[in-house]
Design a binder for this molecule. Structure first.
Ligand SMILES: CC(C)(COP(=O)(O)OP(=O)(O)OC[C@H]1O[C@@H](n2cnc3c(N)ncnc32)[C@H](O)[C@@H]1OP(=O)(O)O)[C@@H](O)C(=O)NCCC(=O)NCCS
Length: 183
């Protein structure tokens, strides 16, 4: 699976992405926004493997964002499945049943503020709503993460619900586009 925008190629994470992701996930500024501690190279490799499994298991997942001009890995954007009852993500468990599809984005801090996240998120949204035929996407965002909230708004998401009972160290709110199916 591969998407392309004006400045970026979006492709499946690869083991060769380790150096690029080790930089992104080793950066305390990035990880603080995610409510987490910097990851070691070993943890980063486990993350890459898990993301590859996520694509195989659910047919959707996170893309590596590669800048066309210099082939540098800038970060990730794409999808993560969630159990909407317990708010556990597919990074933590093999989920069954009706799931929510989260759209998310993370860039190395030196690449913030150039419109890359919005560019990638628009391509991901259009692919999910177009080719995949999804009618709803959600984003799980901490209330102080203004840049991430702006990206969510720019792709058409709006605030839906505050303070999810997700197993996170920080408060997170739910943004969405499309209606929640009746349960
Ligand atoms: C969130 C993140 C991906 C945004 O990436 P980005 O490429 O800088 O975003 P964009 O350049 O597309 O900017 C999107 C909007 O946010 C605004 N923005 C960016 N950084 C901002 C900041 N620090 N404060 C306020 N607004 C900000 C931009 O101005 C833009 O809005 P505008 O077009 O109305 O001006 C990036 O900050 C990041 O990786 N953060 C750490 C990881 C993270 O928090 N991920 C999201 C978890 S929910």
């Amino acid at each position: 699976m591969r998407l392309e925008t004006e400045r970026l190629v979006l492709r499946l994470p690869d083991r060769d992405d380790l150096d690029g992701y080790a930089e992104v996930f080793g950066d305390p500024k990035v990880m603080k926004s995610l409510g987490s501690e910097p990851k070691t190279r070993e943890e980063t490799m486990t993350w890459i493997e898990r993301k590859r499994w996520h694509w195989e298991r659910y047919g959707i997942g996170l893309f590596s964002l590669i800048r066309k001009s210099d082939e540098r890995l800038l970060g990730r954007a794409g999808f993560l499945m969630w159990d909407p009852e317990r708010w556990i993500s597919a990074m933590r468990a093999d989920l069954e049943g009706e799931l929510e599809t989260e759209i998310g984005w993370t860039l190395g801090s030196e690449h913030w503020g150039h419109g890359y996240a919005t560019e990638a998120a628009v391509a991901c949204r259009d692919w999910a709503l177009g080719e995949l035929g999804l009618t709803r996407l959600v984003s799980v965002i901490a209330p102080g993460n203004i840049a991430s909230i702006r990206v969510a708004e720019k792709i058409g998401e709006t605030f839906e619900r505050e303070d999810l009972p997700a197993p996170f160290p920080q408060r997170v709110d739910l943004y969405s586009l499309g209606n929640r199916p009746a349960r």
